[in-house]
Design a protein around this ligand. Structure first.
Ligand SMILES: [Zn+2]
Length: 324
């Protein structure tokens, strides 16, 4: 790679903090190690092209950021460790100071991802997508709604049209609720109808999908839906929740996507949204496989697809492409 060619393609911003991962009690069902394994995998995959990306380390979110989408009572109870047993059970975690620090840091990561995306055009977090967190409560492994906080910050910074593309296999119920009465934020959720949460909220557009749907049918629905929404919303910013739990091997998802299908999905969303003139901020969302290496690899396709789109947009060849 010549020096001139490198100068023509600025590095892609990837956001990571070692504090994304904390130790959980043994046999806890949440795959917390995926955050550190994802970073290690990306470092290995990018070893020959380290200058193609720039790692950005986030700061924790401020209490005021959290209050932009959560109730004062919930923020107080979460930060002070006074959540009821019932509230902790609904969250999927036993509260700890480490969990608090990790959660606030992950929100800071998505805030940084959105800021970097608005400055550079595209950026990817290595965490984030805790879309079940409601204004007044945690839910389903989601303590703080990072997507909501970051979208709210973009509005404060003067962005007037935000599109949230939530492709996690579970409905983005918390985010839908947060922005139910906010015309500047359009929430789109494609999810398996039969999955958690049992009680769905109303996104601006919900696309419930039948159990067992595979790559071709899924991608056809996505492509059709995304085109219509991009035309309608004309977003300045897209926040993309690229949860990999629609994968066939995921233990919580009810869809049957392959690795190749997920790569094509990530690439399509980023490419189309960029072509429509939007800055794109990506978060990794859900993924629940007991094989942490396989799970982290699945998540890493988001960053590889983003880098491929980024390089091609700057006249450089893609480095990865879809898996075999
Ligand atoms: Zn999910």
């Amino acid at each position: 790679m010549s020096h001139v060619a490198e100068a023509a393609c600025p590095p892609l911003a990837l956001i990571h903090h070692p504090g994304y991962r904390i130790a959980l009690p043994e046999k806890h069902p949440f795959p917390m190690d995926k955050f550190s394994v994802l970073k290690r995998l990306l470092d290995r995959q990018l070893a020959d092209c380290a200058r193609a990306v720039e790692w950005v380390m986030p700061q924790p979110a401020e209490e005021e950021d959290l209050l932009s989408v959560h109730t004062r009572r919930y923020v107080h109870e979460f930060l002070s460790g006074t959540l009821s047993h019932q509230a902790q059970r609904r969250s999927g975690f036993v509260w700890s100071e480490a969990l608090r620090e990790r959660s606030v840091l992950a929100v800071g990561g998505t805030l940084t991802t959105v800021r970097e995306a608005l400055t550079r055009g595209l950026a990817c977090n290595t965490a984030g997508g805790t879309h079940h967190a409601h204004p007044e409560a945690a839910s389903g492994y989601c303590l703080l709604n990072d997507i909501g906080v970051a979208a709210h910050q973009a509005l404060e910074d003067g962005v007037t049209r935000v599109l949230i593309v939530d492709l996690d296999v579970h409905q983005g119920d918390g985010t839908a609720l947060i922005f139910a009465d906010e015309p500047r934020v359009f929430t789109l959720s494609l999810h398996a109808e039969s999955n958690f949460p049992a009680r769905k909220q109303k996104s601006d557009l919900d696309v419930p999908l039948p159990k067992g749907m595979g790559d071709e049918d899924y991608l056809a629905v996505l492509e059709r839906t995304l085109e219509a929404v991009l035309t309608r919303v004309q977003p300045e910013l897209v926040i993309f929740d690229a949860g990999v739990d629609p994968h066939a091997a995921d233990r919580l998802g009810h869809l049957e996507l392959s690795d190749r299908g997920l790569y094509r999905r990530e690439r399509h969303v980023i490419e189309r949204c960029r072509a429509a003139g939007a800055a794109v901020a990506c978060v990794i969302g859900g993924g629940y496989d007991r094989d942490i290496e396989a799970l982290a690899w699945r998540h890493s396709q988001l960053h590889r697809a983003a880098l491929d789109v980024w390089r091609e947009a700057h006249g450089q060849p893609a480095l990865f492409g879809p898996p075999d």
